[in-house]
Write a protein that binds this ligand. Structure first.
Ligand code: IDC
Length: 492
């Protein structure tokens, strides 16, 4: 993909504002004729906010790099940021492009963001030394500016040491992190964040997480125990556990207190083993996530509050929306995400996509374009794709392949069998998806770590009651296959 197209897509993927300013820059004769940087608070929660800058090249020459500097009032600091390298000191903040988003074609935009602690707003904004509002310095150099400082080197990844004002962060070490098990995935990677389309670790390196999803914890709690999770972490070498909490089908709605406590406990079990934990709000029927909106707010408020000081929790806010429009899903996400961010501002959020998280493949087929045109308002999030290899051939594969080059994607559920989670395995097609995900560093969790009778449950029926999770004798073919693919070395 050309850089120009990529910049446009990245901007479109993360920002409605970017799309609007892009349209203005291109379509209006009165638009700025120099580069501009526009600030917005995407959401606010009293103690903090998510801030976003949209850098738009309103000039007629390509920009090769950019640097945005501003002042924050005393009492307001930045705790984390994405899609830019940070320098400066104290209340003086400088953000510069990374290697992949420095070039901005005329009319195009790039977006970066940060989490602010406090309630102040930036002042004195300069873009490459010129006023961020643009248009006031018609010097010939204005359209091909160079950032002055060596610290703005575009190839330098965001470094934890570049954030002197960082508030106490769980990634800082053992004193604040209960997850610093030496050698574990969480010890190696710390707090994750979405950078561009990738999932990146605390050092700004793009990584891939691989692991398992539980089955519904209302049915298979005896398959997700301290013993079985020891095996998952130590023998399978899983990076991540997805905690699948159904809402209906005898799930959360029947006893919110009990299910919330179950999830708290699974998060602690994953944390003690150095694994990431995805909290899966496993809505299925009704397919409109708004049906459970109030329940979701209550649940995620408590989960995010309790686990805010952990670095290893990801929030999956809607498993498989279905028979509902993208705009309804987006509206749900735009209401649930601030509830999480208010309590756990740094955590990555995962958002399900239309037609059972198929990116609309099993609907109108336009999911990628629909989402890109109208993305969720918040940053630091990824979109979810699910597939079942024996049911989902090239239409699914091709849409997914397009999506991974367009949007930040996370596969939180897939099987090597049919969409029922049962039937014969298609390992050849499954491997095709896995190869793509490895090449593009798309993280995944496989369905499912239980002894359900279906072929997609990794253990043979009756295994969980015996507690004999170790080794391979109790594994079904899909279990042995996926275990081999989780155990291979990570590239962290
Ligand atoms: C299936 C389970 C099955 C259960 C059913 C109930 O395998 O035991 O009765 O859910 O909802 C999904 C869903 C996931 C499905 C899975 C396999 O997210 O809950 O599990 N699947 O059918 N989407 C596509 C497939």
């Amino acid at each position: 993909m050309s850089r120009k197209l990529r910049n446009v897509l990245v901007a479109g993927a993360v920002s409605v504002l970017a799309a609007v300013s892009l349209a203005v820059a291109v379509g209006s004769a009165s638009a700025a004729t120099t580069p501009t940087a526009t600030f917005a608070k995407v959401s606010e929660w009293g103690s903090g906010f998510e801030g976003r800058y949209t850098v738009t090249n309103g000039g007629s020459s390509t920009m090769n790099s950019w640097q945005v500097s501003f002042t924050l009032p005393a009492g307001t600091t930045i705790s984390s940021h994405w899609d830019a390298a940070r320098s400066g000191s104290g209340q003086q903040v400088v953000f510069a492009n990374l290697s992949w988003n420095g070039t901005i074609a005329p009319g195009a935009s790039v977006v970066f963001g940060f989490i602010g602690v406090g309630s102040g707003s930036p002042t004195g904004c300069l873009l490459n030394g010129q006023p961020c509002a643009g248009g006031t310095q018609p010097s010939p150099s204005a359209s091909t500016p160079r950032p002055p400082s060596p610290s703005a080197s575009p190839s330098k990844p965001p470094s934890p040491s570049a954030s002197p004002s960082k508030s106490p962060s769980p990634s800082a070490g053992p004193s604040t992190s209960p997850t610093a098990n030496p050698g574990t995935p969480v010890a190696a990677n710390g707090q994750l964040r979405v950078c561009g389309r990738q999932l990146c670790n605390k050092n700004g390196k793009a990584i891939q997480l691989r692991g398992m999803s539980t089955h519904g914890i209302q049915w298979y709690a005896n398959c997700a125990t301290a013993g079985s999770l020891d095996v998952l972490a130590q023998e399978w070498k899983a990076d991540v556990l997805r905690i699948s909490m159904y809402i209906q089908e005898d799930g959360y709605e029947t006893d919110p207190r009990r299910f919330t406590d179950l999830v708290h406990n699974y998060i602690e079990l994953a944390t003690a083993r150095g694994m990431y934990a995805i909290v899966d709000w496993h809505m299925l029927d009704p397919g409109d996530p708004n049906y459970n909106l109030d329940r979701a707010k209550t649940f995620f408020a408590e989960i995010a509050q309790r686990h805010a000081n952990k670095v290893n929790v990801l929030y999956e806010i809607a498993n498989e929306p279905n028979e509902v429009s993208w705009s309804a899903i987006k509206s749900y996400a735009d209401q649930v995400i601030p509830v999480i961010r208010q309590r756990d501002p740094e955590a990555v959020v995962l958002v399900g996509t239309p037609d059972w998280s198929s990116l609309s493949v099993s609907g109108d087929g336009n999911g990628v374009a629909t989402i890109t045109a109208n993305p969720v308002t918040a940053g630091n999030l990824m979109y979810v794709f699910h597939f079942y290899a024996a049911s989902h051939g090239s239409a699914y594969y091709n849409t997914f392949a397009q999506a991974v080059d367009t949007l930040p994607m996370f596969v939180t559920e897939f099987g090597t069998q049919q969409a029922t989670g049962d039937g014969p395995n298609d390992f050849t097609n499954a491997q095709r998806y896995l190869d793509l995900m490895a090449a593009k560093k798309v993280s995944w969790t496989n369905w499912n770590y239980s002894d359900d009778f279906r072929s997609g449950a990794v253990f043979t029926t009756g295994t969980c009651a015996t507690g004999q999770f170790s080794g391979t004798t109790r594994l079904k073919p899909a279990g042995a296959w996926i275990r081999d693919r989780i155990r291979t070395a990570d590239d962290f």
